[in-house]
Design a protein around this ligand. Structure first.
Ligand SMILES: [Fe+2]
Length: 166
């Protein structure tokens, strides 16, 4: 093995003019202290962690009850998640605690949970869509609507509200 095969690593040098940034508030948030808020599907709950007012995406903790069948819904933006507890499936494709999950943009699906329900950390890169019985769109769930629901439940004070949402 020669040196060219090694990946480059950052060094503990002292680069000229590069300093550690000071953040206005802590980078950490004790999400355990938030109450779960009813979400848009039966027997599901969320904690809003962050919003992206540019894409309409949002970051949340999501909890789903045991043996839950989610209504069919669509993803306008993709979702990435990490299962923390329990497990769930898309048809016969099961994931469990410790698994990374990705829901591509443009798909419809109706996931189900198992006997343990599930808790996951999820980043929605864009909105979700729910449907009426006739197939028309019933709901667009974006960052603003997520913020509105969290705020109404008194669980959004840690999220900076964009000025144009006033
Ligand atoms: Fe989904």
């Amino acid at each position: 093995m020669n040196d060219e095969s090694k990946s480059q690593q950052l060094k503990h040098n002292d680069p000229a003019g590069v300093e550690v940034s000071q953040q206005l508030k802590s980078a950490f948030f004790a999400q355990d202290e938030l109450e779960w808020v009813d979400w848009v599907m039966p027997d599901t709950w969320f904690k809003l962690l962050a919003i992206n007012p540019i894409t309409g995406g949002f970051t949340m903790m999501l909890k789903v009850a045991a043996n839950n069948k989610a209504p069919i819904h669509g993803h306008i933006g993709s979702v990435e998640g990490f299962i923390l507890e329990g497990g769930f499936a898309y048809e016969d494709d099961w994931g469990y605690a410790g698994d990374y999950v990705q829901e591509p943009a443009g798909i419809n699906h109706k996931p189900v949970t198992g006997a343990d329900g599930m808790v996951m950390f999820a980043i929605a890169h864009g909105p979700l869509a729910g449907y009426n019985d006739d197939g028309s769109v019933a709901l667009i769930l974006d960052a603003r609507e997520m913020y509105r629901m969290a705020e109404a439940a008194g669980a959004a004070s840690h999220v900076d509200k964009p000025a144009h949402w006033e």
